[in-house]
Design a protein around this ligand. Structure first.
Ligand SMILES: Nc1nc2c(c(=O)[nH]1)N[C@H]1C(S)=C(S)[C@@H](COP(=O)(O)OP(=O)(O)OC[C@H]3O[C@@H](n4cnc5c(=O)[nH]c(N)nc54)[C@H](O)[C@@H]3O)O[C@H]1N2
Ligand SMILES: Nc1nc2c(c(=O)[nH]1)N[C@H]1C(S)=C(S)[C@@H](COP(=O)(O)OP(=O)(O)OC[C@H]3O[C@@H](n4cnc5c(=O)[nH]c(N)nc54)[C@H](O)[C@@H]3O)O[C@H]1N2
Ligand code: SF4
Ligand SMILES: [Mo]
Length: 582
């Protein structure tokens, strides 16, 4: 019998389980899904998809589209071909295209538009990125949301935090900040100071977990000395907080089971790795690692403990952040919208313009499909078999095909067409799915999880060479805005999943700016400019403007430089100026 179980395919912490019931998407009652889905999946049908392939604007059949693709690939050297894959669908089978393009000798991408800087910081300090899963956060007494917006991006955390002490560190008065016991409305990009000052006072108050430090982080004295280089009064004034708030923070967390739940908000800067590492160091000082209900949650590696079924190790790669599109004759974009979501749109446009054959393989129309020579519609998650894992819990979610459809082609079938055309190695779809499933295990409660992922990692120390945490040895003071400049905050919107679904186009600013709702403004940065309509929002600091991910034009303002570590995009490094359009 066909199973009606599947899972949400979107790039989201929660990776909800779904029961497909006569055309309706219903949440799994058990486990992390807890009986609810978010608006994206509740209104999944409302979004118009691409139904027909097209070439240079003309509708064509799928057979013609595949023949065109082959013609394009035949016309140039395979080393002049690039596959640019985004995160539109988180199913593991999406990687099958990379398996094929790598064998052809085409280029793939490396680096991250997302969490790469923070992950690099974690790996430097701990030797690996093993995440604190949702099930452990549920056991903690105190939760610190540090640059994470759970009401928008990870709503399945919310039922788990009732009756817990909540601390929020965020430049915006988010919904969770308004509910919190303590909200530090920090100046953007100054988290490294806060984390280091908290560590310093923890030490001064003799409240560090000394036995943990002796055993697993013996360089703690040197780190304390590094934190002493910060001038307390001047820095507190600058980041917009009081000494009392440092005391309050420590009062709430000392001796308590604490989960520090970080999001990507802290690391959209060139030194994002160091910021994450300073937060980790605070957790080390508090002795939060290796204990139940304590630790640091970030975006784990969703493929942790799964041996990839696809071989891309030997493939040549270019950066995903400042991709030199102009060095390629054919570029295939899969599950991504680089013309909106990559940083520095002007650079992307200039570079992609030189591509002879731009192919877009996706579900929805957007800036990239509009620019593409060949558009190949994908199948939705309901129309293909897949399996997904999560970056915040250990569940392995089987995504069974629910409906047949004449629209689109699956990633596996596209790969099979190319394997056939070029005589490449490809196993059957069922074999790949089985390979992934073999990394799962059924738990006593009936849930299916990735085997060999630890609920409480680092129990026996860290994964560095000597098992000890490696503290930061130096750091860079963040750049500050000058008169007339604003920090650009560009987080996730409730109504879109990056550029999928309903994109929020507005520029938000506080009423101190003297602007009004409906005003039109030009925002300018070192990288470019874009026009927006204003919405007043007094949940923002007066030195900030906020434009959501997915807002058309926002990435004309961002830089394509990489983070120092992690080959990551740094969407909040540039400052902006605002001019009213009269
Ligand atoms: N609805 C919805 N959900 C999503 C997504 C979406 O687009 N829409 N995208 C998904 C993806 S791809 C990802 S990576 C995750 C990310 O989800 P989150 O990790 O929650 O990331 P963001 O929304 O980018 O930023 C989180 C918070 O960081 C704050 N912030 C910004 N700058 C700073 C700073 O300098 N310091 C501190 N302390 N905080 C700061 C922002 O104000 C924001 O409240 O969400 C996923 N879930
Ligand atoms: N300013 C700013 N820019 C950002 C961010 C930010 O916070 N601010 N966030 C960054 C982050 S964290 C991320 S992860 C990136 C995301 O950037 P992208 O990876 O480009 O993600 P989306 O914009 O969601 O575009 C995904 C596309 O995938 C297609 N798609 C969906 N499902 C499928 C499928 O099953 N198969 C195929 N073939 N295609 C499919 C859809 O058509 C959709 O257009 O954006 C980054 N850009
Ligand atoms: S919360 Fe995340 S995983 Fe769950 S339905 Fe919404 S987008 Fe999908
Ligand atoms: Mo992301």
């Amino acid at each position: 019998m066909k199973s009606s179980l599947t899972a949400c395919p979107l790039d989201c912490y929660d990776a909800c389980g779904i029961v497909y019931d006569e055309g309706k998407l219903k949440p799994l009652k058990d486990g992390h899904t807890q009986g609810f889905l978010c608006p994206h999946l509740n209104h999944y049908d409302a979004h118009k998809r691409i139904t027909t392939p097209r070439y240079k604007g003309q509708e064509i059949s799928m057979d013609e589209a595949l023949a065109k693709l082959k013609e394009m690939l035949d016309a140039n050297l395979k080393s002049e071909t690039l596959l640019y894959r985004g995160s539109g669908n988180f199913g593991l089978m999406q990687g099958v295209s990379e398996h094929i393009f790598a064998q052809m000798g085409a280029y793939l991408t490396e680096g991250s538009l997302c969490d790469g800087a923070g992950e690099a910081g974690i790996v430097e300090g701990r030797g690996s990125n093993k995440n604190m899963p949702l099930s452990e956060i549920a056991k903690s007494e105190v939760i610190v949301f540090w640059g994470r917006n759970p009401h928008v991006t990870s709503s399945h955390l919310l039922p788990l935090i009732k009756d817990k002490t909540i601390i929020v560190v965020d430049p915006v008065k988010t919904k969770i900040a308004k509910m919190a016991d303590l909200h530090i409305q920090i100046k953007p990009h100054t988290d490294i100071f806060l984390a280091m000052l908290l560590y310093r006072f923890l030490h001064i108050e003799d409240s560090c977990d000394d036995s943990f430090l002796e055993e697993y982080a013996s360089e703690f004295q040197d780190y304390y000395e590094l934190t002493q280089t910060i001038r307390i009064k001047a820095i507190l004034e600058d980041i917009g907080m009081s000494l009392g708030q440092i005391g309050d923070f420590l009062y709430h967390v000392i001796g308590k089971k604490t989960a520090i739940v970080c999001g990507v908000g802290i690391q959209k800067y060139r030194d994002g790795a160091d910021v994450m590492r300073a937060i980790d160091a605070l957790a080390v000082g508090l002795g939060l690692f290796g204990k139940e209900g304590s630790g640091v949650a970030y975006l784990g590696n969703s493929q942790e403990a799964i041996e990839p079924p696809f071989d891309t190790k030997k493939a040549k790669k270019v950066s995903k952040v400042n991709t030199p599109f102009d060095e390629f004759k054919t570029v295939v974009v899969q599950g991504a919208n680089p013309l909106a979501q990559m940083p520095d749109t002007t650079r992307v446009l200039d570079s992609i313009e030189h591509v002879e054959n731009l192919v877009y393989f996706g579900l929805y129309e957007n800036e990239t499909s509009a620019a593409a020579d060949l558009v190949i519609p994908a199948k939705t998650f309901l129309e293909k078999n897949d399996i997904r894992t999560s970056y915040s819990h250990h569940g392995m979610m089987v995504m069974n095909k629910q409906v047949e459809s004449d629209i689109g082609i699956s990633e596996y079938d596209l790969a099979a067409f190319l394997a056939d055309s070029y005589n490449l190695e490809l196993k059957s779809e069922a074999e790949y799915l089985q390979h992934i499933k073999n990394h799962g295990i059924v738990k006593i409660d009936g849930s299916f999880e990735v085997e060999h992922r630890e609920a409480v990692p680092y129990k026996e120390g860290f994964d560095t060479d000597d098992g000890e945490f490696l503290f930061l040895e130096e750091f860079e003071a963040p750049q500050k805005v000058e008169e007339g400049e604003f920090y650009l905050i560009t987080p996730k919107a409730a109504t879109s999943l990056n550029s999928q679904f309903d994109r929020d186009p507005y520029l938000y600013i506080s009423s101190k700016s003297q602007l009004k709702d409906g005003d039109r403004v030009i925002a300018t940065s070192g990288s470019g400019e874009a026009e927006f309509e204003v919405r007043i929002n007094n949940d923002l600091r007066e030195d900030c403007v906020l434009i959501h991910s997915g807002a058309p034009g926002v990435n004309k303002l961002t830089t394509s430089k990489h983070s120092y570590e992690g080959k990551s995009a740094i969407f909040q490094e540039n400052f902006v100026r605002i001019t009213k359009v009269i």
